[in-house]
Write a protein that binds this ligand. Structure first.
Ligand code: FES
Ligand code: FES
Length: 165
């Protein structure tokens, strides 16, 4: 297929990713997940089920936690997207990333970026969540490795460190 035929039907979409303006050319119904991973090389966002069930592909869009496998790139026009790559400050990990490492909240790592973004969203809404609130906040994110207790502990530990700072 020629370049012009390949690009027929594609549109330009401009949005901010981790604070940087980006413009991509994509088919309107391409998944935000694929644009992030393939065009923008932000491969921290993971694909699990591809059906909106597991939360591995979670990102923040205008401050709302979304499954990027369900978001057509068209919807991203003008939005502010935050991926896992946007949490650390240079070489300094975010407190949630530190806590996941120290508490064993990450094993195979497929669920981890989505879990951390869900936890980030939760702590923005509720800086001192109870364990029940952490469970609720992470209820859209599945993990098949950890049994969840280390993840819950990691989020609770990050909340403690944030409020103590
Ligand atoms: S890959 Fe998007 S919810 Fe599972
Ligand atoms: S660490 Fe493997 S799925 Fe959660």
């Amino acid at each position: 297929m020629t370049d012009s035929r390949q690009s027929r039907g594609k549109i330009e979409i401009s949005f901010a990713v981790n604070g940087e303006p980006k413009t991509v050319r994509a088919y309107p119904m391409e998944r935000l997940l694929d644009v992030l991973r393939q065009q923008l090389q932000l491969t921290g966002t993971k694909e699990g089920c591809g059906e909106g069930e597991c939360g591995s592909c979670s990102v923040l869009m205008d401050g709302i936690l979304v499954n990027s496998c369900l978001v057509p790139i068209l919807q991203a026009e003008g939005s502010r997207v935050v991926t896992i790559e946007g949490l650390a400050a240079g070489e300094t990990l975010h407190v949630l990333q530190e806590a996941f490492l120290e508490c064993g909240g990450a094993q195979c790592g497929i669920c981890t970026p989505g879990m951390i973004l869900a936890a980030f969203h939760l702590l923005n809404e509720k800086p001192e969540p109870t364990i029940a609130e952490i469970k609720e906040g992470l209820s859209g994110n599945l993990c098949r490795c950890t049994g969840y207790s280390q993840i819950l502990e990691a989020v609770a530990e990050a909340a403690r460190r944030r409020t103590a700072a």
